[in-house]
Each structure stands twice: as C-alpha cells, then as structure tokens.
Design a protein around this ligand. Sequence first.
Ligand code: DQA
Length: 153
Amino acid sequence: VSIHVLNGPNLNLLGRREPDVYGRFTLADIETRLRARAAALSASMGTTIELTFAQTNIEGELVTLVQNAGLAGAGVILNAGAYTHTSIALRDAISGAQALAIEVHLSNVHAREQFRHHSMIAAVAHGVIAGFGAASYDLALEAIVPLLQERAG
Ligand code: DQA
C-alpha cells in the first residue's frame, strides 16, 4: 500500500516552533520515526508500506499533493496546519480526487483557541486524530493501513 504523509504551513518549523504546544520533534524526526513504524507494520501486517513525505507552506501546492495522492490511489495522512481551518480548496481536493485521508494534528485543537475547533476537511476525511504529538502520525498510520488493504480487496 502507498501512503503520502502531507504537511502544510509552518510544520517545517517543528522543533523550534512553540515546543510546549508542538513538542521538540522536528518533521525529519517524525519522518524517521514513521518509517521505522512502517517497516515494523509491513512485517506484522503482511504488506509492503510505501511512504512518501512532503511539506509545503503553499495552499495550492498542498491541493496538488492531495490530488496526486488521491488519483494515484494512495492513502493520505494529512496535517494541513492552519489550512485545516480555512481551506475549502483542500476539502474539495480530498473529495474530488476521492482520497482516503486521515486528518492529523499534533496538538489537541479542541483544547485550544475557538478558531481551531472547526475543520474544513474533517467531514471528507475518514477520521481525525489530534492531541498525541508525534504519535498522532503513528496512530494514523496504524489506522490507514487496514483501510487501504480493504479497499485494494
Ligand atoms: C496543527 C494545529 C493547527 O491549528 C495549527 O495551525 C498548526 C498545527 C497541529 O498539528 O496541531 O499549524 O495542525
């Protein structure tokens, strides 16, 4: 199964950015950790998990990345950063390309400012994982693999 891990604006600053909210992991640390997790899961679930990582600060680029993943039949683990709360275009990309997507957040957005409580993309995502720091990505990976296996039949 193929999974694209897509990260939106400001996530390139992880590790330096508000570490009390987002933790001390960098995005590269998260990638390393997730690749190790994918290797272990590949063995235990009897499948080959192919991970692709990307980060962009640009909304339209994130739209294209989501479209490409969806059209290729890849699953999407998506931390859209602040575009989560604003981007109708991102929502349309998920539904338009029929992407199987899991929305993830490092922080528990519901315990934060009111403007972070609403997600434009949650309704077209398969599910949402928030509040577990870097482990939010691990949990999303564990959740998406069986869904993709099921879909592949
Ligand atoms: C975030 C939460 C968003 O509200 C915020 O804009 C981010 C990061 C998270 O991972 O907790 O950039 O998506």
